[in-house]
Design a protein around this ligand. Sequence first.
Ligand code: S3P
Length: 447
Amino acid sequence: MSAAAGPQRAWRVAPGGSLRGELRVPGDKSISHRAVMLGALARGETRITGLLEGADVLATVGAFRQLGVAIEGPRQGAATIQGAGREGLRAPSAPLDVGNSGTSMRLLAGLLAGLPFEAVLTGDASLNRRPMGRVTEPLAAMGARIGTAEGGTAPLRLHAGGELHGIDYTLPVASAQVKSALLLAGLHAAGRTCVREPAPTRDHTERMLTGFGYPVAVQGRTACLDGGGALTATAVDVPGDLSSAAFLLVGASIAPGSELVLRHVGWNPTRTGAVTILRQMGADIEVLREGETSGEPVADLRVRSAPLHGIRIPEALVPLAIDEFPALLIAAACAEGETLLTGAEELRVKESDRIAVMAEGLRRLGVAAEPRADGLRLVGQPRLAGGVRLDSHGDHRIAMAFAVAALRAQAPVQVDDCENVGTSFPGFVSLMGQAGLEIQALPAAGA
Ligand code: S3P
């Protein structure tokens, strides 16, 4: 959610140094959203630990409070939800404003479609520009009645009623958000809902539905469920977010003399593409311990600095690393030789146009970066330019990627428009400080 102008709007990041220590990153954003949503839909008390207390997840919590669900917390990652089933949801008296959170908006569109009351979903300027037709169109095919702004964007007006029926749908783009929205709508649709994806995407919804006692049949790239069942409350432990860990994995890889251990990080195979890509570039990342929590794989990771080389990023890995490209492109900027990213046009419709915004920042850092319709080509540099000012365009992951770039810069780097970092990684500045990257928050007026 876009916070008001605050003391963290811009950062001055000290150049050079290394990252060392043993850390735990905040909870996984995708799993946190789903834990709150399924807890609210289930009957009984769901206890969550490790919940991400970032603005995006708090937006989901706030939306369910407006829908009449009693939620205690979150405090230090712990929250308790008293679910009363889907019938327990009440008409909200105001629009549900989910701020910057695409996951909240798309998943809630499916979860709330066909309810016997009207609800409006809205967000900040960035979210209200992002494509929503990819969820509203298949939901309409299931019988939902949803109004959009011109161009198929939010605000979304979910009209009361419209009995839902199951659908057999092939996703035109690989999107876990769309897959999840349709499966959540399918819970209360008549008959069977099947979603086929063109490439594997994160499967947290399928796993967590199973954990809440709701059968999901997964075969290859198709997930199916029968509507009309009920979810049973359970306990959910949320592992650390590999997407947040990515900034530390990249930072430690590019900063000579680094060694970090990251504990209890989500290690779901539909999320590990960034680590595969970094290893292909020569990164030294070791899995120390593997386990499982609440149906999700977890691991402790050790990363040490290593010389990186540019690669042609395999397109099959793109959906498995979709949120990590801002960080990965900083690794590529410090790698020897050329890196080529293709098949990644989805990056243009994330919290910002990540291809354009990264290309602009990389060029300021002295890296020849050539944006393309579906990706980017760049040639790495031994040192990045410093004394530059980089605009994150309000995109949390871009701001954090630019901050990490300072580890290889020759002079301080200023990163503007950083307030949205709190959507996914609250405490980023202090955690990076503990590891060895000095980030000074500048007052907005000094930015
Ligand atoms: C998410 C899915 C991805 C990802 C987003 C979180 C999710 O989006 O980029 O940050 O929790 O399902 P798409 O499914 O639209 O690619």
